[in-house]
Design a protein around this ligand. Sequence first.
Ligand code: SF4
Length: 212
Amino acid sequence: MKKEQQVASIIEILKQEYPDAICTLDYENPVQLLVATQLAAQCTDARVNIVTKTLFQKYPDAEAFATADYETLCEEIHSTGFFRSKARHIIDCCQILCEKYNGEVPSDMKELTARPGVGRKTASIIRGDVYHLPAVVTDTHAMRLSYRMGLTQYRDNPYKIEMDLAKIIPPDEQADFCHRLVEHGRAVCMARRPNCAECALADYCKKVGVKS
Ligand code: SF4
């Protein structure tokens, strides 16, 4: 089967399986999505949503986070892990947003990734979900599934996987495609025990590294 045919089939099946897949972090504005994504590093979205439910009431925007007390914020985000560096990055990042961008979140990849604690994954979530720009989000599910399906030869290199997916997934499909990979990774293609027997993608998946 040609790669184009494989990719087109995978995209269509994922659309049918997960028509409404969206980011599973809760937020009401771009700054909150930026902060939630920073908190989600090495933490589950479910845990982050518990923390941000009250956090965003106290700090609804960049100005509020920019003037937050560091030690207090550390306590408030403690359960998300790596809380000291996350608190520092969130405060520093929001101070820059206030100083340079009038409290708004930029859309440019270079400008986003120049901010403290903002990597390509976080920047891509902002670009895709806020600005509806082409954006491949290489989280743990997207990386694992892309490798198993044979869409990339890289298993652990988020940048190279992002570049490989960006070449084969149509630009206007990229953000939704990655959200659907997350859902499929949670429901069927789990890290330890992928359920290939029940997988709708089985005919189009190379199952690289999967024991039968
Ligand atoms: S066939 Fe197996 S390895 Fe491939 S996507 Fe489905 S569950 Fe994952």
